[in-house]
Ligand binder design. Structure first.
Ligand code: KG4
Ligand code: ZN
Length: 330
């Protein structure tokens, strides 16, 4: 089965062609980061307009690169939510229209299910069941995954998502947008002079709370000499607090479920400090760990094509409705 995947939930236009037996045949991504950078965050109206301009050319490119004429495509998967309404509508409308024109099914995919299944594109892919830690700009979730579609939420963030905490802290330190990767880069020059709290680790449970860390970072910054070195030291302390908190909760989740496989995905899983802390944890726990390749940690069309292919193989598809759900629990 050849599936075209379309991702337009936020500020990246992602397109991919996935084949159920041959795997990923092509994938293209256009990032709007430079455009939103001037505004210090994503401007929803500009995001939608840009998706309108970029999407069809990217679809053509993906078809050409995969040597799949449109007549060979068997189904279309598109991100239906969660995300920005206008941005989602672009992907959903194009996907649904192409499906109608080509007389093939289309399926609405949950963006976080896309992230969750991104590691399935890697070799070796994780076997089921596993514990998944999803850390993105909008979500922080610990999930028990028994099958595709059988997800039990074990814990989640009660306030800011991990990526949101990175971005907000970067912004208040004047590092720019999107701040996660930039803050991580700055942390490499940091000295271990500060120790930030590990929120919600002193009580049982698998929920997270990251919003206090940005306030802690701001207070530390204001009380410092505000040098470049101070900034780097704060970036390091912040990153270590997030990494250790995630590690403590993942250890609990593995122990609670008795599972020996951990899958980590979403934009923040590109963070090398977090990857290394979680890898050490799984080594100590005699467990396996799986990450997507770095470019599939953040938003992309490949994960949507894969997730949609699994849904289509299970005969799940929608009628002619254009489905968009800006808020949509997994
Ligand atoms: O999964 P994603 O691309 O979009 C959402 O679904 O939200 O995640 C984007 C998030 C942003 O908050 C970004 O700052 C963060 O992932 N991020 C990172 C790194 N790369 C991206 N955070 C920390 N370290 C990184 N290297
Ligand atoms: Zn995402």
């Amino acid at each position: 089965m050849y599936v075209l995947g379309i991702e337009t939930s936020c500020d990246e236009t992602g397109v991919a062609i996935y084949h159920s037996k041959q795997g990923l045949l092509s994938h293209f991504l256009y990032s709007q980061v430079a455009m939103h950078n001037d505004y210090g965050g994503v401007v929803p109206e500009l995001a939608s307009r840009d998706h309108v301009q970029k999407l069809i050319p990217l679809v053509k490119q993906a078809l050409t690169e995969a040597h799949t004429p449109s007549a060979t495509i068997n189904g279309i998967a598109y991100t239906a939510g969660p995300g920005l309404m206008g941005a989602l509508l672009v992907g959903a409308t194009v996907a649904r229209s192409l499906a109608w024109a080509w007389q093939i099914p289309a399926v609405a995919v949950h963006h976080m299910e896309g992230h969750l299944l991104a590691t399935m594109l890697e070799t070796p892919a994780p076997q089921l069941p596993f514990v998944a830690l999803l850390i993105s700009g909008g979500h922080t979730l610990l999930i028990r995954v028994d099958a595709i579609g059988a997800y039990q939420i074990l814990g989640e963030s009660l306030d800011d998502a991990a990526g949101e905490a990175f971005d907000k802290t970067a912004k208040l330190l004047g590092i720019g947008y999107p701040g996660g990767a930039k803050l991580a880069q700055l942390a490499r020059q940091g000295q271990p002079v500060y120790k930030f709290p590990r929120p919600m680790t002193d009580r049982p449970g698998l929920d997270f709370s990251f919003s206090g860390l940005k306030t802690y970072a701001l207070n530390t910054w204001q009380q410092s000499a505000q040098s470049e070195q101070d900034k780097a030291n704060i970036a390091l302390a912040f990153e270590q607090a997030i990494a250790e908190t995630l590690t403590i909760k993942c250890k609990r989740a593995l122990q609670q479920t008795g599972l020996k496989r951990l899958v980590v995905a979403g934009g923040v899983s590109a963070n090398l400090t977090i990857r290394s802390a979680l890898t050490k944890l799984t080594e100590a726990q005699n467990a396996e760990i799986f990450f997507p390749r770095l470019e599939f940690c953040t938003d992309n069309g490949a994960m949507i094509a894969y997730a949609g292919c699994q849904r289509l193989l299970a005969n799940q598809q929608q009628d002619l409705a254009i489905v968009t759900k800006p808020r949509w629990p997994l």
